[in-house]
Design a protein around this ligand. Sequence first.
Ligand SMILES: O=C(O)C(=O)C[C@]1(C(=O)O)C=C[C@@H](O)C=C1
Length: 363
Amino acid sequence: MTTEQAQLTEIRNQIDSIDQQIQDLIGKRAECAQKVADIKTQGGNVNAVFYRPEREAQVLRAVKERNTSLLPDVEMAKLFREIMSACLALEQPVSVAFLGPEGSYSHASVVKQFGSSAHSVAVSTIEDVFSAVDKGDANYGIVPVENSSEGVVKSTQNELIKTNLKISGEVSLAIHHCLMSKSTAHENIKKVVAHQQALGQCETWLKNNLPWAEIEAVDSNALAAKMAQEDESLAAIASEQAAQLYQLIILDSNIEDFKDNTTKFWVIGKEDTQPSGEDKTALIISIHNKAGALLDILESFSKRDINMTRIVSRPSTDKTWDYLFFIDVLGHKDDENVKEALEEVESKAAFYKLLGSFPVSPL
Ligand SMILES: O=C(O)C(=O)C[C@]1(C(=O)O)C=C[C@@H](O)C=C1
C-alpha cells in the first residue's frame, strides 16, 4: 500500500465509524418523532397537526447558533432540514401544492421549506395552489409573493384578498439562472428558450456570450428545459434543479444580469402558527378616504416600536381609486404589543384582514 492509500484508509475508517454514530442518533431522533406523533394523535385526535413551522424554525436556529464546525451555518442547517423532513414524513407525509411544472423555482422553494421528503404536487396556476389547499387535495401550498426585480405577483395578491387560508411560513429563494443543454459546446446552440422573465433577466449575458443564438420565450423555464432535452440545438435558461431533473449539462451558472435576484414565497395552510420567538405578521387593510388616515394607522405600530418590514399598495378592485395596503410587521399576533396594535388598526381601518403570523425563515 502507498502512503497515500494508507492515510486515506485510516481517515475513511474514522468516517465510517462517525457515520455509524450519526446513523444511530438519527434513528433515535426518528423514534422521538414517532412518539411526538403518538402524543399528537392520542385520544383518537383525527385533526392532529403534524407540521409545526415554529418548532422547525427553532430547531434550525439552534443548529446555526451551535455550529462551530468547518461547515457554514446554512449548510449545517440544510442537513437538519432534511433530517426533520424525514422525521415529519414518518409522523405523517405532508403534501405541498406549488406552481408547476417540476423543476420550477416554486418547486425549489417547496424543497427549501419542507425538505425533500415532502410530497410536492404540481398544479398549473397560482389560483389552483390556493384551491388545492382549500379543498384538502394538498396539506399546504407555496405561492410566489414578490420578486426583487419584477415586483409583486398580482395573482397571489388577488387570492390573498379572498382566501380563508393562513400564511404559515416565508421562503426567500435566490434566483440563479443556468444555461443548460444536451450538448457540451456553446457553438452547437442555435436557439435559447426560457420564460420571458428569465430571458429579460439574462439579456446582457446572452448578448455578450451567445450573440448568434435565436431567442424564444416559452411558458416556463422548466418547459424550456424539457424542450432542450429533446433537441440538441436548443439551450434552456432554468434552475440547477431543472438541469438535474431533465438530465441536461450546465454550460454556465449565475448568468443573471443582476446578482441579488430573489423571490419571496409564502406557505399557505389551514392552521394558525404558534410564536417561534422571531416572527412576522402579515395583514391587508384599506383606509378611510381622509387626510392622515394611513399615517394614523402606521402610528399604531410605530408607537409600540413594532418594525414594519413591508408595505405595498394596490388599487382595490371593487371601488375605483380606493387602495389596499399589504403590510408585514415584525412580531407575532399573540405578542402583547402586536396584539394591541392590531386591535387598534382593525378599529381604524375601513377593511382589515389578518393573513397570519409565521416564523422569520432561518434558511
Ligand atoms: O416537535 C414536533 O412537533 C415534531 O413533530 C418533530 C419535528 C422534528 O423532527 O423535530 C418534526 C416535524 C415538525 O414539523 C416539527 C418538528
